[in-house]
Design a protein around this ligand. Sequence first.
Ligand SMILES: C[S@@+](CC[C@H](N)C(=O)[O-])C[C@H]1O[C@@H](n2cnc3c(N)ncnc32)[C@H](O)[C@@H]1O
Length: 213
Amino acid sequence: MGVILETVDGRLAMRSDADAPGSGVSIDLGSIDVRALGGHPLVRAVGKGVGPVVDATAGLGGDAWILAASGRAVVALERHPSIHAIFADALTRARATPTLAHVAARVTLVHADARVALAEAALGAWAILVDPMFPPKVKSALAPRDIRLVKEAVGEDPDAAEVLAAALATHAPRIIVKRPHEAPPLGGVPHHVIESRLVRYDIYDRPHLMPKP
Ligand SMILES: C[S@@+](CC[C@H](N)C(=O)[O-])C[C@H]1O[C@@H](n2cnc3c(N)ncnc32)[C@H](O)[C@@H]1O
């Protein structure tokens, strides 16, 4: 089984090749709740540092969109071609939607492997978000059909530690790793942790890289 792309109602969509034609899932960025973002745990994890945020594992773009809606410039990296394609299509539609265009304008989506692209993508960035696939047997915040499809497309991100290593090799002052509550930290004991109902944000700060006040 694999995933395939199809067009459904003018939107690029992804479905399992075992699913019925026309049943593909597309991304609707306008449906993401962006009210009261100041209290959103991801926005709190990123904090107030100056500069763009790199989303090293963009996936279906939900986190990148929340960060952009909170006012951040976001560089979003996604290596899987089909997932990148449906996020790119959603961004194109958002750019053509008056109520969403200003948020979409803050997102730069790059089809790349973060292990290679981070060195350049993170130049001048304040923070890098790493959100690899959840380990097996761990609940996820995504809707079940989305999970199944992304899992079917991507597998389990066995090289997640390499993405974190690439993030730590940049000069970004803050690295944030999104983890399920049950999973151990990906990168040793974090400096701060922000808990939300479904996930945990492990924050690794590098004070020597923070801009002087
Ligand atoms: C759990 S999903 C991310 C979900 C995302 N935060 C969201 O809001 O939809 C993980 C994604 O990271 C991508 N990914 C994993 N390793 C990557 C890498 N080295 N470079 C770029 N993308 C990567 C996978 O293809 C997958 O789409």
